[in-house]
Design a protein around this ligand. Structure first.
Ligand code: IMP
Length: 177
């Protein structure tokens, strides 16, 4: 098991790259079936979801659109919790089949606060795909439709997720030691 340092903390390998890729292929397969004949719009939430969104999108065989938006930032190792606004949502969601793409759902606060803004635009449907889900940490009710991995309530980095800006480039996901 590899131990790495990010800033002042040590992390150990938790999900190897092949495990992540295999699960993303499976999720894409399910989405391909669920959305056969439809043309969903994926809304990927930056920064953390950029790798997951890209890999998931590559495995889609249905017609699909994607856009990227930015919400609140996550400072240090504790969720800042203040979702201010979204930047970059230019699409009109009226009548669209929307799939939100997140890197991780922790307390659920980010999506819980943000979803009403999207629903206000009256999409035809709205589902959530998240690579990681800390089910033990959830505080705000959310229905998660596509979950890559249910993980323990420990801080993780890698594969798009950061610790104070670093670690996003790692192919694997690492857990705080
Ligand atoms: P929530 O609002 O508490 O669900 O937090 C969601 C956001 O917090 C995610 O989009 C991440 O940016 C960040 N986050 C939560 N847990 C972690 C973690 O373990 N590592 C890195 N970022 C995290």
């Amino acid at each position: 098991m590899a131990i790495i340092r990010v800033h002042d903390k040590s992390f150990e390998t938790y999900l190897p790259a092949e495990t992540i890729q295999q699960r993303i292929k499976e999720l894409a397969g399910i989405i391909n079936k669920d959305y056969a004949g439809k043309k969903p719009l994926f809304i990927a939430i930056l920064n953390g979801s950029f790798m997951f969104a890209a890999d998931l999108f590559k495995h889609l065989t249905i017609e699909a659109e994607i856009c990227f938006i930015k919400l609140a930032s996550y400072k240090g190792m504790k969720s800042s919790g203040n979702v201010v606004t979204s930047i970059g949502l230019e699409d009109d969601l009226f009548g669209k089949e929307v799939i939100i793409v997140e890197d991780i759902v922790d307390t659920g606060k980010t999506l819980h606060n943000f979803l009403p803004k999207l629903l206000h635009q009256q999409p035809k449907s709205m589902k959530i795909a998240t690579l990681l889900y800390k089910s033990e940490a959830i505080e705000y009710p959310l229905v998660l439709d596509y979950v890559g991995f249910d993980i323990p309530n420990k801080f993780v980095v890698g594969y798009g997720l950061d610790y104070d800006g670093l670690g996003r480039n790692l192919k694997e996901i690492y857990q705080l030691v």
